[in-house]
Design a protein around this ligand. Sequence first.
Ligand SMILES: Cc1cc2nc3c(=O)[nH]c(=O)nc-3n(C[C@H](O)[C@H](O)[C@H](O)COP(=O)(O)O)c2cc1C
Length: 237
Amino acid sequence: MRPNDPFSACEKDGLYKAIFSRRDVRSHFINKEIPNDILAKILNAAHHAPSVGFSQPWNFILIKANEIRQQVKDSFVIEREKSVSMLDSDKVKQKRYLSLKLEGIMDSAINICVTYDPTRFGPFVLGRTSIAETGVYSVCCAIQNLWLAARSEGIGIGWVSILANEDLQRILSIPDFVRPVAYLCLGYVSEFSDKPDLEKTGWLPRMGLEEVICFERWGSHKTDSWKQFYETISKIN
Ligand SMILES: Cc1cc2nc3c(=O)[nH]c(=O)nc-3n(C[C@H](O)[C@H](O)[C@H](O)COP(=O)(O)O)c2cc1C
């Protein structure tokens, strides 16, 4: 096959399988190490993400040590307490929130902190001159590559954002000018749920595709010129 050909049916199936069966995983981690070659492969997939001006502004801090993880877990516990108190006026929701497992910091095989370095190849970064956030967007593209590549290897990833960035900076010796973007917990899992946990537990439903697509301008969900396409997407869910 020539490099510019479309993917074969089998290759497409693989790609869509990774996309649709990827899950955020906090439970079901099993006690199995990730081999070095597999870890290198999925990190290389992350490193081949698109980035604004080809700035590749990411770094990946790989963490195994329990004493470091424990400090991150302590930050999680404090931050979760804060978020619980935000639900003081809604005791039902608060109880449901408390029943959710929202991290796998200690149970996963490794943790990875993905960071953003705004100075990389800077200060002039092609394409970042008008929208500064494009740097962070690039890091998120790398994270999604990592997430999908890991899924294809049977490795689950859980993103923990109930953390204080100042704690991450201190615990992981991240310099002030570098920003932690994601704290990820990775490991082989006994199962990938068919739906997001938050959907399964009734926290929120998945929206219909037609609800998130507008035609020609914001808020316009139906127009004559897009009628047939609208009917197509309405049938997808
Ligand atoms: C930026 C970001 C931060 C997230 N933070 C957390 C978190 O702190 N704890 C958690 O349990 N899940 C977290 N998640 C996972 C989402 O809850 C999850 O992606 C969503 O419910 C959809 O489920 P799925 O990823 O299995 O499709 C985060 C996801 C993203 C993209």
